[in-house]
Design a protein around this ligand. Sequence first.
Ligand SMILES: Nc1ncnc2c1ncn2[C@@H]1O[C@H](COP(=O)(O)OP(=O)(O)O)[C@@H](O)[C@H]1O
Ligand SMILES: [Mg+2]
Length: 379
Amino acid sequence: MSILPEEKPSPRLRKQKWKVAVLANIKDDNQPTPEGVPPDAFADFDHIETVDALRTAIEADGHTTVFIHADRDLPYALRKEKPDICFNIAEGLGGDAREAQVPALLEMLAIPYTGSRVLANGISLDKTLTKRIWRDRRLPVAPFQEFQFGDEPLRPELKFPLFVKPAREGTGMGVDMNAIVNNEKELRERAQYIVSTYQQPALVETFLPGREFTVGILGRADSKLYSRHPEWYEKDGFHRFPVLELDTGNTEGPWVYTNEAKSKDVGPEGNEGFFCPAKIDPELEKKLKHLALRAHLILNALDVSRTDIRLDEEGNPRLIEINTLPGLTPSYSDLCLQSEAEGIPYTDLVLEILYLGASRWGMIEPREIASETNNNKKK
Ligand SMILES: Nc1ncnc2c1ncn2[C@@H]1O[C@H](COP(=O)(O)OP(=O)(O)O)[C@@H](O)[C@H]1O
Ligand SMILES: [Mg+2]
């Protein structure tokens, strides 16, 4: 039996304006990385500017906001601030499911929050587990094997070149050009480097030499009942953002989206450019969007996600990973670029995530779509 309140409508919160706490882990580029942790350990933490941008967007709709550091004092700060809802972008502090830590705490304290819940955030951080679940449901993934130590026998279906990365990181952490390994020696070296540096298993998978895309999903079956923009959603309640393709044209050799590349500004300055919408034929576009939505649904992700997909040697799409806490830095994060590419302003994107989240906690009166339709019929 559960003693925690489930997502019951709570009319107490059905007021027009909320107190919204933005929860994030913040990095300071001027602070040296502490000893004993990998140099890119805090790569997926946010800059305070992103928090400020979120607060400005939320306040534009008349709500009040407060920023709370998602550090070990978070439970006390939540008790003090008593937010109506939390806008969660916190990456968590460590362990094997850090992205699930803040949602777990909020559920324990019965505080509403945006986006995916505990399990989806925990599983999606673990790329091996995610791929096992997708594979079980017949979604296309590259052959893979998880190495706990680095000296396990390589399964015969894994043919060189292979790609080696930490099983539970983001933002290109542990990904550089040495991630591509061409023989046993390089494989062992890299896998052992990942295991010892990142203190977690190494995920070894077939190297996918083709084009790379990322596909954003927004919504839920009942989005239209709560959305500020019901026109964005298709019949099934989901919005598919335009596909974004990484521009691999300017680079030498097989391009990967490394931590270094992810930390730079996109655009003409560097060659980490992108195309959005991607220049792809409608059939591939449909396939990519279909896969991203299936990937989202199978993991029980909620409201927003971004799935990375690469083409294999034969040009078939293979799912790489899903981000259930996609970056939300305006004009920088992939999801924001996708949203901008179709003319959706940042403020509207942020408010949509807030409204979709709030609606799950009974904070918004559902729109009476059925009766609107009936009224129209009567006319
Ligand atoms: N199997 C693979 N083959 C080729 N490139 C890959 C493969 N897996 C990952 N990459 C490259 O590494 C990048 C980062 O990997 P990804 O799993 O998306 O981790 P992150 O969480 O760091 O974004 C991808 O964007 C892609 O460029
Ligand atoms: Mg990725």
